[in-house]
Design a protein. Structure first.
Length: 269
């Protein structure tokens, strides 16, 4: 290659690199601008944090010694929270199975409602269980039943979306083979597809139950029962010793159930 050809090649390479560099700079400036606006909108103020930390330290000091005389009540309320999560997750899982079939592109019996089914499920999971519980408190009154309904509706959307994704990624060879023998769609799904994906579906349901136990601890703030109601009462009364005991009970129970759920999920996979 002559010096002139080499110079032309280098010039051509530099021209090709220029748009890439410009794109990198534009992306970097966009990210910086985004976080600058987000910082302002979020009202981040480190000086307020510095002022508030001594108050937090004072409250922690007031939380000792913890109040243990109400531990049986806290245990009962925590059991109520676990029950809310268990029933809500179970109902949601049962509702999610048929919706997951409708929302799975590869096996849905009604392709025309694939997108409406997906939009419906996205709407359910887009609204937090806390918001659903707030609405149901107004509809059915105070108590854990509102919490069950709130957990159920939000988890229905999340579970059905996850189930549908698993079905769409599943090996449909056995399903198509059974269909080729003349078996109906439901029979083929039941005997050829379900055995293959059942461990993943059960593992997903357990994970959602584990998540919902943590989510249910705050539903009592809106009157939906569980330990969250006692948590709110302690905050309202500034009873930090009682609050510390409630948080300790929640941590112990949630950690134990997380370990149990994790063990079960590893056994299923």
């Amino acid at each position: 290659m002559t010096p002139a050809e080499q110079a032309l090649a280098e010039l051509d390479a530099a021209r090709r690199r220029a748009p890439v560099r410009l794109r990198v700079w534009l992306i970097g400036l966009t990210v910086i601008a985004f976080y600058g606006v987000a910082w302002d909108l979020a009202g981040v103020d480190l000086s307020r944090l510095a002022i508030g930390l001594p108050k937090l330290t004072h409250w922690i000091g007031q939380a000792w010694p913890p109040k243990i005389e109400e531990v049986p009540l806290f245990a009962q309320r925590t059991a109520e929270t676990v029950a809310i999560a268990a029933i809500g997750t179970t109902l949601a899982t049962l509702l999610a199975i048929p919706m997951a079939i409708l929302a799975s592109r590869n096996i849905t019996p009604l392709p025309s409602i694939y997108y409406p089914a997906r939009w419906f499920l996205n709407g359910l999971r887009g609204i937090d269980s806390f918001v659903f519980a707030l609405l149901f408190v107004a509809a059915v009154g105070l108590g854990p039943f509102a919490g069950v309904l709130g957990i159920c509706l939000h988890t229905w959307g999340s579970a059905a979306n996850l189930f549908a994704d698993h079905i769409e990624n599943a090996n449909l060879g056995p399903f198509e083979a059974v269909r080729a023998t003349g078996a109906g769609r439901f029979t083929s799904i039941l005997y050829a597809l379900v055995p293959d994906i059942l461990p993943v579906l059960l593992s997903t349901a357990l994970y959602l139950w584990e998540f919902n136990i943590r989510a249910s601890t705050v539903l009592g703030v809106v009157g939906a029962g569980g330990i969250g109601q006692e948590l709110k009462n302690s905050m309202d009364l500034l009873d930090f010793a009682r609050l510390f005991t409630i948080i300790a009970v929640i941590l112990v129970v949630v950690t134990a159930l997380d370990q149990l759920s994790s063990w079960l999920r590893h056994r299923l996979i």
